[in-house]
Design a protein around this ligand. Structure first.
Ligand SMILES: [Zn+2]
Length: 284
């Protein structure tokens, strides 16, 4: 996706586009070098990145997706993605360590209503930090993860599946991201309707969370790594899942195992050769 000019503190910044392969099996994607991604002088996130989660809306529903079991899929992913062969692809961007910790989480059952705007997403993050419900951490990425009954008026499901940006909160440069439950629009924001962890909406979110996390790591202030058309690392490999696709008896595909779970997660770009990979120096 292109990178629109963004004034400091005005989201949305980088939008993760919808799945262009609606209704098909997950796409492996190509193995050639893509147009180069370059550093525009801004910093990356160095050292250990802490991923904080704000569960927004109602995550205790009987709909099979906005559930405590669904939340656990996200926790398990964030607990195991750091230093994984997958996330280590980001270490090809000088200064990025590949280390990610799962940080504290906080539940906001709807302080801003069920129809969010970009500024309301920022308000959700700001409330959590200014009230001391989450730490003020300039090396954190704060994920606002919305339940499927929540909309985002700048284009969730129609223009994007998630986005990341930064803004000043409590005098700190805070990196944050919106990702909505993909069950709101599985055709646009998930690669498959049967998923490895039995929750297509949340499994769809995982790939978007991974995408936004690695973009935040390599382009936290929207002035570091992107290509001539504004595409950040994950944008260049979005909705491609590589050669390690495996079909489970359930009918779900996965392409990597992190901890005890299988996931289907989009590939990411190696900065040294501009090719998309499933794992660092591993299969494409
Ligand atoms: Zn993106």
């Amino acid at each position: 996706m292109g990178q629109p000019p963004v004034e400091k503190g005005e989201p949305p910044a980088i939008l993760h586009g919808r799945n262009p392969h609606d209704g098909e099996a997950p796409t492996a994607g190509g193995t050639n070098s893509l147009s180069p991604i370059t550093n525009h002088g801004g910093p990356v996130m160095s050292g250990t990145i802490t991923a904080y989660v704000i569960w927004y809306g109602n995550w205790n529903q009987g709909n099979g997706t906005d559930t405590p079991a669904g939340q656990q899929i996200v926790r398990d992913f964030l607990s195991n993605v750091g230093n994984s062969p997958y996330f280590s692809i980001n270490t090809t961007y000088p200064g990025v360590s590949g280390l990610v910790l799962r940080g504290a989480e906080y539940t906001d059952t709807g302080s801003q209503g069920t129809r969010l705007t970009d500024s309301k997403v920022k308000a959700v993050v700001s409330n959590a930090i200014t009230k001391g419900l989450l730490p003020n951490d300039t090396n954190g990425v704060y994920f606002v993860l919305t339940s499927s009954n929540v909309s985002e008026s700048s284009g969730f499901c129609s223009r994007y599946c998630g986005w990341h940006t930064y803004g000043t909160i409590s005098s700190s440069n805070i990196k944050y991201s919106f990702v909505g439950n993909a069950s709101r629009c599985l055709n646009g924001c998930a690669a498959q309707t049967i998923s490895p962890n039995g929750n297509a909406g949340v499994d769809g979110m995982i790939s978007v969370i991974a995408h936004e996390l690695e973009e935040a790591a390599t382009d936290p202030n929207l002035n570091a790594w992107y290509d001539s058309s504004g595409a950040e690392n994950a944008d260049k490999c979005a909705w491609t899942f590589g050669s390690t696709l495996t079909l489970l008896p359930s009918g779900a595909y996965y392409n990597m195992t992190l901890g005890s779970r299988n996931y289907l997660i989009q590939r990411n770009l190696d900065a040294t050769n501009s090719k998309c990979y499933v794992s660092l120096h591993g299969p494409q």
